[in-house]
Design a protein around this ligand. Structure first.
Ligand code: FES
Ligand code: MG
Length: 590
């Protein structure tokens, strides 16, 4: 399958290379250190890397340290040799200033490890938001046989008999705190209830999304993305993943055979049906570029917008990760989509079968959690791609627009899809936190809140800050959300209907850099435009003045990597990758 390879295993070039006995001796001598015999190391056993993302710094993925034992057993059982090694830690919630910086850094590090060490295949231990794309991006560049293993979500969180979902509960608890309904202690206890076990966020945030999409892309064994971390089935999935990667090496089944354009289209369709995160377009664009597949942002709308929301998980719905798994998870969702002809059934997956063969006929086990296609939670649940005079591209997750929001903004019978209002502009998250409750800003229910300086360059890595809560005085009056627009990202666990990922960002002198508080802005959800209602000449003049003043100001870099990444990172509509890295492709074959 795929392009040809040299005879034998890639690792033979290190350990059994008659043309270079000097180097072979050097390599063999030190790798014996962890208990292999000389014969074993020089045998025809494939060497399988376990790219370990779990650590104390990365608690969402920490359970992979336990699962690695079962992966090793599977690898050994199938006749391979396991070599586990660490991946640069990425923890979505713990990393300052943003975990967005770590995705590309972990990518770089893993590419070096996979390319430069004696590996024939690799297990990618995925989980917390950016770990999944970082590892898939590296596997795409290197193109070594690779299989992803999700660490799985946490068990459901509960508080006073109600499900509390990770991340999502934070947005809710902040509103309760701002409204004076709970105190600081109550705030912490409510939030802590949502994290009852090991695993990643149990809501349909970026972690659940990206793992579901890794499975939809074909890079994970069917039915394994959503098994909760503590479940017995999760251990079994680790074992089977270990077994399978050895055979993938023998079959030479590589990421380029699996992550095709068809596979990306399947992932987009699945993302709509699960109510997936607004971070998914960034990460899929990045993976696609590294594997050399053309994927335009607009395809999220053309391929994905008309797909209904089937999965009833927070933040768009009510259930959590355990319920999703028990209801049938990705295969049950894909099966519904197959019946409608929405899935490219011929796309290959890691188990050597097509996605069609894996998922056709899989039944939903609980229709409260996964709805049949005929009775969705919402029609047209995919993203809408926006453009206009403030940016070239941005997206909105329409599945989280609440009925109250619709009633407030989209009730003009003459203009049912559009609304306009005065802008209040914040320059980065610190500015927002300082000023949001300042009454002199004059924020009313008609205000449109803008966040800028939060993109990959402005706030290195791009901050998840576009979803902004209104000032406390409005929350007390029952206004819990205002329209938010910005060049940052938004947590996948947020239910806010924001227009985000605006590219180019203000720091790259996109149109948002020219916006001023008080400008009127019009949003049209039907044609997908956001425009500031001032003449082009005025915008051009503002651009001239700002450019002469040195451009849009943003904070200085605090670390060497921030500076390096800022100098080469692209914009979010094209994946925010390290520009130039995409020309290195299929390097395991070189
Ligand atoms: Fe790691 Fe949500 S913070 S998965
Ligand atoms: Mg996130």
């Amino acid at each position: 399958m795929g392009e040809g390879r040299r005879s034998g295993l890639r690792s033979r070039a290190w350990f059994d290379n008659p043309d270079n006995i000097d180097m072979t001796a050097l390599y063999v001598e030190r790798y014996l250190n962890f208990g292999l015999s000389l014969e074993e190391l020089r045998s025809d056993k494939p060497i399988i890397g376990i790219a370990q993302t779990g650590s104390d710094l990365s608690p969402c993925n920490r359970h992979h340290l336990v699962l690695a034992e079962r992966m090793r057993e599977g690898i050994r059982e199938a006749g391979g040799i396991a070599m586990e090694f660490p991946v640069h830690p990425i923890q979505e919630t713990g990393k300052r200033p943003t975990a967005g910086l770590d995705r590309n850094l972990a990518y770089l590090g893993l590419v070096e490890a996979l390319y430069g060490y004696p590996l024939d295949g690799v297990i990618l231990t995925t989980g917390c938001d950016k770990t999944t794309p970082a590892l898939l991006m590296a596997a795409a560049t290197v193109n070594l046989p690779a299989i992803a293993l999700s660490v799985g979500p946490m068990l459901n969180g509960w508080f006073k008999g109600e499900r509390t979902g990770s991340g999502t509960i934070v947005w809710h608890a902040r509103q309760l705190l701002a409204a004076g309904k709970i105190d600081d202690e109550g705030f912490i206890r409510l939030v802590a209830s949502s994290a009852p076990s090991t695993g990643f966020c149990n809501t349909m945030g970026t972690a659940s999304t990206m793992n579901s999409l890794a499975e939809a892309l074909g890079m994970m064994l069917p039915g394994t993305a959503a098994i909760p971390a503590p479940y017995r089935d999760r251990q079994e999935a680790a074992y089977k993943t270990g077994l399978r990667i050895v055979d993938m090496v023998r079959e030479d089944l590589k990421p380029s055979d699996i992550m095709t354009r068809e596979a990306f289209h399947n992932a987009i369709v699945v993302n709509s049906a699960i109510g997936g995160s607004t971070n998914a377009p960034i990460h899929l664009a990045a993976i696609a570029r590294h594997i050399g597949v053309e994927l335009a942002l607009k395809e999220w709308e053309t391929v994905g917008h008309k797909v209904p929301l089937l999965v009833n998980l927070q933040p768009a719905g009510e259930y959590l990760g355990e319920d999703y798994y028990r209801a049938g998870s990705v295969p049950a969702v894909v099966s519904q989509l197959i019946e409608q002809g929405l899935i490219r059934e011929g796309a290959m997956t890691v188990n050597g079968k097509t996605i069609g063969d894996n998922c056709r006929g899989v039944e939903i086990e609980d229709e409260r959690v996964i709805r049949p296609f005929a009775t969705p939670l919402m029609k047209d649940a995919g993203f809408v791609v926006f453009t206009g005079n403030l940016f070239d591209a941005a997206i909105m997750k329409t599945s989280v627009i609440s009925p109250e929001f619709r009633a407030r903004y989209l009730s003009n019978p003459d203009d049912p899809d559009a609304f306009e209002g005065p802008a209040v502009v914040f320059d980065g998250p610190e500015d927002y936190h300082h000023r949001i409750d300042d009454p002199s800003l004059g924020i009313t229910p008609a205000t449109l809140m803008f966040m800028r300086g939060a993109g990959p360059i402005g706030y290195p890595g791009a901050a998840e800050v576009v979803n902004m809560r209104p000032p406390s005085y409005l929350i007390t009056e029952g206004i819990t959300a205002l329209p938010c627009i910005g060049d940052g990202r938004q947590s996948g666990t947020s239910g806010s209907p924001s227009i985000l990922n605006a590219s180019p960002e203000a720091a790259a002198m996109g149109g948002l850099a020219l916006l001023r508080t008080g400008d009127r802005v019009r949003i049209d959800l039907n044609v997908g435009t956001v425009d500031v209602l001032i003449p082009d000449e005025e915008l051009a003049e503002r651009r001239r003045v700002l450019t002469e003043a040195g451009g849009f100001a943003y904070p200085a870099s605090q670390t060497p990597w921030q500076e390096i990444q800022r100098s080469v990172v692209g914009q979010m509509n094209t994946g925010a990758i390290l520009e130039g890295a995409e020309k290195y492709q299929r390097i395991a074959q070189t």
